[in-house]
Design a protein around this ligand. Sequence first.
Ligand code: PLP
Length: 470
Amino acid sequence: MTPEDFRKQGYALIDWIADYLEGVERFPVASTTAPGWVRDQLPAHPPTETEPFDAVLADLDRIVVPGLTHWQHPSFFAYFPANTSYPSILGDLATAGLGVNGMSWATSPACTEVETLMLDWMAELLGLPDRFRSDGPGGGVIQGSASEATLCAILAARQRATQGAVNVAGVPGNLVAYTTSQAHSSIEKGVRVAGVGTDNLHVVAHDAAFAMRPDALEAAIAEDRAAGLRPFFVCATAGTTSTTAFDPVPELAAICRREGIWLHVDAAHAGIAALCPELRWVNAGLDQVDSYCTNPHKWMGVNFDCDLFWVADRAALLGALSILPEYLRTAAGEAGAVIDYRDWQIPLGRRFRSLKLWFTLRCDGVAPIQSMIRDHVGWTQELAAWVAADDRFEIVAPHPLDLVCFAHRGGDEATDAMIAAANASGSAFFTRSVADGRSFVRVCVGGRMTERRHVEAAWALLQSTANTLP
Ligand code: PLP
C-alpha cells in the first residue's frame, strides 16, 4: 500500500466506521451465526496475490459484521459495556500510526509522560486520594485489563509480604489471599498465575447485599494465622460483576492495615461513576487502600483496552516486576529521573494507549460522559421501579448504579427461558447470572448510544417474553 493508497483507503475506512456506528441499531444485537460459519466464508489458505482494499472492506460487511455481537448497539444490556467514542477511535489510530513501543521512558518520552499525566488527570477527575498521584511515592499506569491490574496487585502484595524473597526462592506455600464468591474470575486467575493457587484463595462470606462481611474476613484471617498461614492480599470489589455489590472498603481497609495485608480494590466498571461528584461514594475508603483499578474501556467510552491501575506506594510493584538487562539500561533510568513503565506491568513492550484517553478528554470532555452516566443511573432506577411494580418479578440485589438484576417468581426455569427468548429475538441482549443459587437477568444500562426509549423497549421485550412462557 502506498502512502497515497493509505490516505484514500483511510478515508474510506473512517467513513465505513462512522456508517457502522450510526447504523448499528439495524443489526440483531447478538450474532446469529452458527459456529464455524465465519471461517467457512474465508479461504482456507493465505492469499498468494494482493487484493484491492475495497475487497477487504466488502468482506467486513459480508463476513465480519454478521459474526459480531454489536457491543455498541443501543440495546446491548449485557455484561458491562465496552463503549467506544469517536475521539478515542482516532486516538487509537494515532497510536497505530506512530507505532512506538513505550517500554522505557527513553524509547519514547512522550509515551511515558502523556500516560503519567493522564493518570494524574483521571485521579483528579475521579476525586481519588492524592496518594495515587505520580508526584508522591505512588502513581498510576495503563494496563490492558482489570485482570492484568489485579495480577500486578497480587504480585506487588506477594513481594511486600516476602520482602522480595519470592523473586529468588519462589512462592511460599503458606501465603493466603481473600475475596468473596462475588469477585470477578480474574482474581482466582491472578492467584493461580502468581503461584499462590486456588486453594489459597479463601472465600469470605458475603451479606444479603452480596458485600463482603468484615467480621467474616477478620475471623478467616485469625483462623489462618493460627494454622500457620500468612494472609497477604485482600481483593475488595466496588461494583461486582454479577450485581454491582460494594464491599465495605473502609471497614476492610481498617482490618488490612491492622493486619499488614495488601488491599486491592477492583472497580472495573463502577469506578467510572466517580466522574459525577454526587456518585463519589463509590470511592469510599480509597484513602486507606494499597491499589485500585477502574476501566475507561467500560463505561467511559475510551475504547478497549484501557484499564487504569494505581498504587499508593510503587516500591513493591517495581520490586516485583523490574529486571534490568544491559540492553535496557539508560542514563535517565539509572538516575531515577524517569518512569520506566515496563517495570509496572507484565509484558515488556507497550502501546501508546494514553492517546485515546487524551483525545477523549480533550475533544469530548467530561461533561457528556457525566451526563451519560447520570442518564444511565436514572433510567436504571426507573426500570427498577417498573420491575418492582410487576408482581411476576423480584429484584434480587440492590441497584445503586446502572445495573438491575431480577428473577421471575416462577423459578429459575422461567427466568432462564425468558432470557433465552428475549436474546433470541435479536432486539436486545441481556446476561444471565446466578447468585446464592438463584438465576436472574442482569440489565446493565451502560451503552453510549442507549436512550430511554431503548430501556423502555427492553422492559417491554422482557415482559412480553414472560407473558408467553409455558
Ligand atoms: N473486575 C470486574 C468487577 C469486572 O466486572 C470485570 C469485567 O467485567 C473485570 C474485573 C475484568 O475486566 P477486564 O475485562 O478489564 O479484565
